[in-house]
Design a protein around this ligand. Structure first.
Ligand code: ADP
Length: 497
């Protein structure tokens, strides 16, 4: 058995080895020629197989750079000439170049020039081998475009977790330029609470395992943290790990909102139920104590039962309001909140809502101011407009002290009617005035001051009111100053038919 010749290294060949090499090389795909030290082709062992070749006889005796592969490419011809000159000095050369096929198509190859050195140490011939790498290059180029254009982060780290390469999205999302991070440990950017788990994940990757949709917080250049979801796949042969990652702050905020909402909703839904249950228990106890022998107690007990019933009714109303708010907010989110407008009198609607509020809050003082007109024609969905006024009124009752009046003012001009509700509550800062219309927003630390008590709400009421009023082509707003109370109002177009 002959020792295996290493083609990429300088080799000294004996006669028998040369025969052996020829046999092997005839099975090599690609372009394989033997040159003299001047670069003239003296033997063509194999020619391009995948593409149209230049006939062997047109190659023998011609300097390699003049064969035709580099016709019209003078720079490449110079390059090949230079490589041959270096190989003739005994160096083994690798490189790549453009070339032309006989049809004139431009392609790419990767080549080697290996000098053959005789026993005296002289270069006698040069073996030139080339492979077409056009498709490979094209794929590489495509991948480079994807890498550059990707909105997601693409990075390559070594097995120790150090960055080797990052794409432009990395800088866009985290603020670091490639030179800031290349060579640095990727763990340096991970939130301290996530390091332990990230370390375990890198260990798993090092063992060849792929990781799908892991989540960590990463520190950005300005010191804030962003949530990143990432997937990674190791290439153990190359000693690298490919990572694709994207920012999921939005999703995390939604999850947080959902969790807060669920815990608030369950709390808010439980509060009226607890009230109803207490009222029922008390009623049962009172009925149990009632005996025919003490008829004088009957009037007193009936009175108390009446109060328990009223309380339970208020709680049922509160419960229904929360459930309706959740259903409506859901409809709005799906774009499915619809109204059913009819020609109606707004004074009638306002009186009805205030009447109901007075029944549930018998002690509360409501001051009403109506215009002289006996009738205010509007085209509205009575149920939805009642809901808006009811919500604004309920807030005024809830957020202002019981001993303060709630003032309702209805004004009309040639085209519009304005309904305003003023309370003597804590008022709102300009920032709060902007945010109260957002879904789930509640002014931090705001306490219930008046009304029958119970539910805090879910921060959905005004969000729903805003949608309802805009569906009526109206306007809703607030005028307020901290410590000066608030005036919530809505304006609707008059029915001028
Ligand atoms: P909620 O059900 O929490 O009352 P709303 O959407 O009706 O939800 O109101 C949003 C927030 O706006 C309330 O949580 C409260 O902090 C604030 N707010 C609403 N009305 C008033 C008011 N009249 N006075 C002071 N703050 C108010």
């Amino acid at each position: 058995m002959f020792p295996r010749p290493k083609l990429q290294k300088q080799v000294v060949i004996t006669q028998t080895q040369e025969d052996y090499l020829h046999t092997i090389l005839r099975h090599v795909r690609g372009y394989l020629v033997v040159l003299d030290v001047e670069g003239v082709i003296i033997d063509v062992i194999e020619t391009w197989l995948p593409i149209t070749a230049i006939p062997k006889e047109k190659q023998i005796g011609v300097p390699l750079w003049q064969v035709g592969w580099w016709d019209g490419l003078p720079r490449e011809q110079e390059q090949i000439k230079g490589e041959i000159a270096r190989a003739a000095k005994g160096h083994s050369i690798r490189g790549s170049t453009r070339y032309h096929t006989v049809e004139g198509e431009e392609r790419c190859n990767s080549y080697i020039f290996n000098p053959i050195i005789d026993e005296q140490g002289m270069v006698t011939q040069i073996v030139h081998q080339a492979f077409d790498i056009t498709e490979h290059k094209r794929k590489e180029e495509e991948l480079r475009h994807i890498f550059e254009m990707s909105l997601d982060i693409i990075s390559v780290i070594d097995m120790e977790g150090r960055y080797i390469q990052v794409n432009p999205a990395f800088e866009k999302l985290l603020g670091y330029k490639p030179e800031d991070v290349i060579g640095r440990d990727s763990l340096d950017y991970v939130h301290p609470d996530d390091i332990k788990i990230k370390r375990t994940e890198i260990k798993r990757l090092r063992c060849g395992e792929a990781i799908h949709a892991a989540e960590n917080r990463y520190r950005t250049k300005d010191g804030t943290y962003r949530w990143i979801a990432w997937s990674a796949r190791p290439n153990l042969d190359e000693g690298v790990i490919y990572i694709v990652a994207r920012n999921i702050d939005e999703q995390k905020a939604q999850e947080q909102l959902r969790d807060t909402f669920l815990s608030m909703a369950s709390h808010e839904l439980r509060t009226p139920l607890t009230g109803i249950s207490t009222s029922l228990q008390m009623m049962r106890k009172r009925l149990k104590l009632l005996t025919p022998e003490e008829p004088e107690k009957l009037i007193e007990t009936t009175d108390r039962l009446q109060k328990n019933l009223e309380r339970a009714e208020q709680q049922v109303t509160a419960e229904c309001r929360i459930i309706n708010d959740i259903v409506d907010a859901n409809r709005i989110a799906r774009g499915q909140l619809a109204i059913n407008p009819l020609p109606l009198d707004l004074i009638c609607i306002v009186r009805q809502v205030i009447g109901d509020a007075q029944i549930t809050n018998p002690e509360r003082c409501f001051e009403l101011t109506f215009p002289a007109e006996p009738y205010i024609p509007v085209i509205v969905d009575a149920m939805r407009i009642s809901q808006v006024l009811d919500n604004i009124l309920a807030n005024a009752i809830k957020y202002s002290p019981d001993d303060q009046p709630v003032k309702i003012n209805v004004e009309v001009n040639a085209k519009h009617v304005k309904v305003a509700v003023h309370d003597e509550g804590p008022g709102l800062t300009p920032e709060e005035q902007k945010r109260i219309w957002e879904r789930f927003y509640q002014v931090p630390g705001r306490r219930i001051q008046g009304g029958p008590g119970g539910s805090m709400g879910l921060g959905l009421g005004l969000y729903i009111c805003q949608t309802i009023i805009s569906l009526h082509s109206g306007e809703i707003g607030v005028k307020s100053e901290p410590g000066q109370g608030s005036t919530f109002y809505f304006i609707l177009p008059l029915n001028q038919m």
